[in-house]
Ligand binder design. Structure first.
Ligand code: SF4
Ligand code: SF4
Ligand code: SF4
Length: 283
């Protein structure tokens, strides 16, 4: 352990200087420009840019997908029926990521700046990270016959490495999100609640859930009513471990199974390897 960083689970770096984001859902106006900016920043198909003004998409709850790394949903506001609550969703970049813990080949890793990244070179496509994630974030490219990949928000690692803001944060016209050192971001969140207790529920989502996440949220309504799961404060890797033990309790030990599975998948991947495949590993 160094003075500036500590080892979290599975070799993750848990730096005290890691970055964080505060999402204030009481500010968001649901313009979906963050969705568009994220797609442009990641060379994903945008479709008709005018369609982002169409609020009919809010009729159903959406989840991030392999072509939309972040989405905004809309919820009823019991305090003001004319002013809905909009909630942006993406990877939370957990401090103790269940996806990292679940990955048997170390394809996911938390970086010093807080981003949890995925490495296509290591991934064998087992999708165990999808099962483990308590926020149901990683998505698999089922439609791709050759070398489908896992996709999720990468905290705009390329942009932030060059000193730029994440694309979604830069574009937001009402400054829904605050980017900075996580410790500072949490202080800002606390101060917002202290100054305006009628506006916010007294809860910073992600401050303690699953032992902390790099993206944290404020809201005027209980988070479980805004599409978030009710999560314990313990780190989520226990979830994946219990799944492993549950699934394999009546078979041979998980380590043996994963060794075999890993070998088979690695051989399959090796045989179908083609150059130029995508990755959000920028480490
Ligand atoms: S760009 Fe900002 S205001 Fe618009 S939907 Fe995204 S977070 Fe909300
Ligand atoms: S939200 Fe899910 S995908 Fe993102 S870091 Fe946490 S466990 Fe991993
Ligand atoms: S941080 Fe980057 S990758 Fe993540 S949702 Fe925002 S724009 Fe998309």
């Amino acid at each position: 352990m160094t003075a500036s960083s500590a080892e979290a689970t599975h070799g993750n770096v848990l730096s005290p200087d890691r970055k964080g984001v505060l999402v204030d859902t009481t500010v968001c106006v649901g313009c979906r420009q963050c969705e568009l900016a994220c797609k442009i920043a990641h060379d994903l198909p945008t479709g008709d840019v005018e369609s982002y003004h169409d609020r009919s998409v809010f009729k159903s709850m959406r989840r991030p997908s392999d072509t939309a790394l972040t989405v905004v949903n809309e919820f009823r506001n019991p305090k003001n029926e004319l002013l809905p609550i909009n909630v942006k969703v993406q990877c939370m970049h957990c401090d103790h990521p269940a996806c990292v813990s679940a990955c048997i080949v170390g394809a996911l890793k938390k970086q010093e700046n807080g981003a949890v990244l995925w490495d296509s070179g290591k991934c064998i496509g087992c999708r165990y990270c999808m099962v483990a994630c308590p926020f149901q974030i990683p998505q698999f490219q089922y439609h791709r016959a050759l070398q489908p990949e896992i996709r999720k928000c990468d905290f705009c690692y390329s942009r932030t490495s060059e000193g730029k803001l994440p694309a979604c944060i830069e574009i937001c016209p009402v400054e829904t999100m605050t980017y900075g050192p996580l410790s500072e971001v949490i202080k800002i969140a606390r101060e917002k609640i202290r100054r305006d207790p009628d506006r916010f529920v007294d809860h910073i989502l992600g401050e303690r859930e699953v032992n902390g996440t790099s993206w944290v949220y404020l809201a005027g309504r209980a988070f479980t009513e805004l599409g978030f799961p009710n999560l314990p404060y313990e780190p989520a890797p226990g979830v994946s471990e219990s799944i492993q033990h549950g699934i394999f309790a009546y078979f041979f030990p998980p380590v043996m199974y994963f060794s075999l599975l890993g070998t088979v998948m690695w051989l399959t991947k090796k045989n179908s390897d083609t150059p130029g495949t995508g990755s959000n590993d920028h480490a």
